[in-house]
Design a binder for this molecule. Sequence first.
Ligand code: PHE
Length: 341
Amino acid sequence: MKQRLADLREQALAELKAVEDAAALDSIRVKYLGKKGELTNLLKQMGKLSAEERPVMGQLANEIRAELEQKLDGKKQEIAEKMLEVRLQQEALDVTMPGKEQKIGHKHPMYLALDEIKDIFVGMGFTVLDGPEIELAELNFDRLNAEEGHPSRDWSDTFYFDEDSRVMLRSQTSPMQVRAMDSMPLPIRIIAPGRVYRKDEVDATHSPMFHQVEGMVIDKNVTMADLKGTLNAVMEKLFGEGTVTRFRPHHFPFTEPSCEMDVQCHKCGGKGCPTCKGEGWIEVLGAGMIHPNVLRMAGIDPNEYSGWAFGMGLERLAMRRFKIADLRLIFENDVRFLEQF
Ligand code: PHE
């Protein structure tokens, strides 16, 4: 019995020494000290011993159990410490390492220009409106005094959705004049930026989709002088003091009189160069005094109220603002170009 206890102790200690993980340690505990373990087995055989031997062996067995328990606990802690060490090493974080660079984009130059334009008009008391790109021909044409047969209504110029030419991609932001008159109380001071569509081939100055900023003022005693004064002030704020403009007579169905406004070319200062196609001037908007028919169709008495309106070409203003030579650069979205703003 004594020998078997000694062997068991030897064997258990040897196994304990070799163990390296918590699971194996646990199975050693079960194997020797468990309810059906080897030490328990031996103790069950104590009954066969003589009365003098029994307490001696019992004490020895208890000593071995106590020793094994202590060593098992010691090993358990050792393993836990080792695992913590490994984890700490694996999860080590080098806080001095440079981080991953996050690339953050920025606004497109045309929208940068639009933000400036909005700021200028809001500062003068205008409200900014947003409107639909899919529009009724009634608002794009009829209510703007462009009757059936007007050349701009032609299928070769306009994207229609239906055979009857009633629903279309708006060819101008001017239907926003009608929407404002129909929905807002007088006096009205609004701008309405957005996309417009025409059947144009792409080249350095044309695109089938482009942007306009519509503007409209309706109040009592509003004159062409207000229109010129306001637009000149806007151009000076946008392009800098001393910016030179000129107004040329023109025709639009919904304004009378009508005009176009040019800004002197920034490249040549009016002498004529490739950027302005030798003209010295760059056309940036159409404008005029709102036609009495348009006011009347909106239920506004032209004898009491008058107004003016304009439609700016946003791409052209952005091109002049940021000295961009070709319209296509605005739409191609080449980051090497866009990164410059
Ligand atoms: N809608 C006109 C165009 O697209 C511009 C314009 C707007 C003219 C408002 C007069 C008044 O050319």
